[in-house]
Structure formats: C-alpha cells, structure tokens
Ligand binder design. Structure first.
Ligand code: 4NP
Length: 159
C-alpha cells in the first residue's frame, strides 16, 4: 500500500474538519495503518486561528469516544505540496480551495467528502455552527460513514 497524507478542509477548522481528522485517526489506529496514513485539517477562513475545536463538537465527539484536540489553522497554497489528498466538506470550501491550486496536479488532489459516503446520499457535509445538537450528531454520522468509504478506497488502491 502507498503512503498517504490526507488533509480535511472546512470553513472554520473548528467543527467539521477537525472531527473528520479525529475520526479518521482513530480508524487508522484501530487498523494499524499509522505508518502509512497521516491526517491533518485546516480551514479556508482563518477566523479561528489557534483555537481548539468548538466545545459542542468536542462534547458530541467525546460521547462517541473521540478526542478532537487539533488547533485551527488556515489552508495555504503550500498544503497542495504537503498533502496527497485534500478533502473539502462542502462546495464553497471546494471552490475556494480549487481557486488556489497552483497547477493541474494540485487540482487532481482535491475531493469532496461526500464522494466517499457509503450509506448516506447527502451532497455536502452541512455546517453545524448555527445548528442544534441534531446538526452535530448528523455531521458525526456523515463523517464516520465517509471516513470508512475513504479508507476502503485507499486499501483497494483506488486513490
Ligand atoms: P466549520 O464550522 O467550518 O465546520 O469549522 C464553522 C465554524 C465557524 C464559522 C463557520 C463555520 N464561523 O462563521 O465562525
């Protein structure tokens, strides 16, 4: 199996992408793939630079046994060179990242998270920031499902 560096990207890097990072990291650990796959996350905005994930996201995650503790940082053009796979949570994130791509090789690294969904048919991972508890639970359901699909594709050599 090839080695992969994966970067999840949302707007604030305090809800969706740090949760995706924590979920995928746990799956990688459970499957003994730590020396093959590394994971990070970033936000297109920089609004929350240096902050821990949103306390609601951390609480909902901890009920499922996750520890979301990465610090928010802004996505940069260098990320196209430092990562193999860049995964956007929604269409706004996708287009904002695509606009920054320095070359066609970089463009080919970019995916939408829902492309990896197995059980769900959502067309994006909804921003939970202004939602209630249900929104956070839905995001976790969608991310767990898509992280499974992502790992399946990696293990089959499809990425
Ligand atoms: P995220 O959620 O993109 O999943 O981290 C958001 C966090 C903060 C804001 C928007 C979305 N905000 O506008 O501050």
């Amino acid at each position: 199996m090839k080695n992969y560096k994966i970067l999840f990207v949302c707007l604030g890097n305090i809800c969706r992408s740090p949760a995706a990072e924590g979920i995928l990291k746990r799956m990688i650990k459970e499957q003994g793939l730590e020396d093959k796959i590394s994971v990070d996350s970033a936000g297109t905005s920089g609004y929350h630079d240096g902050e821990l994930p949103d306390s609601r996201m951390r609480q909902h995650g901890s009920r499922r046994g996750y520890k979301f503790d990465s610090l928010s940082r802004r996505f940069t053009t260098d990320d196209f060179y430092n990562f193999d796979i860049i995964i956007a949570m929604d269409d706004n994130n996708y287009h904002n990242i695509m606009r920054m791509a320095p070359d066609p090789e970089s463009e080919r690294k970019l995916y939408r998270m829902v492309e990896f969904s197995k059980r769900f048919g959502h067309d994006h991972i909804p921003d939970p920031y202004y939602s209630g508890a249900d929104g956070f639970e839905l995001v976790l359901d969608l991310l767990e499902d898509a992280c499974e699909g992502l790992l399946d594709k990696i293990k089959k050599g499809e990425l």
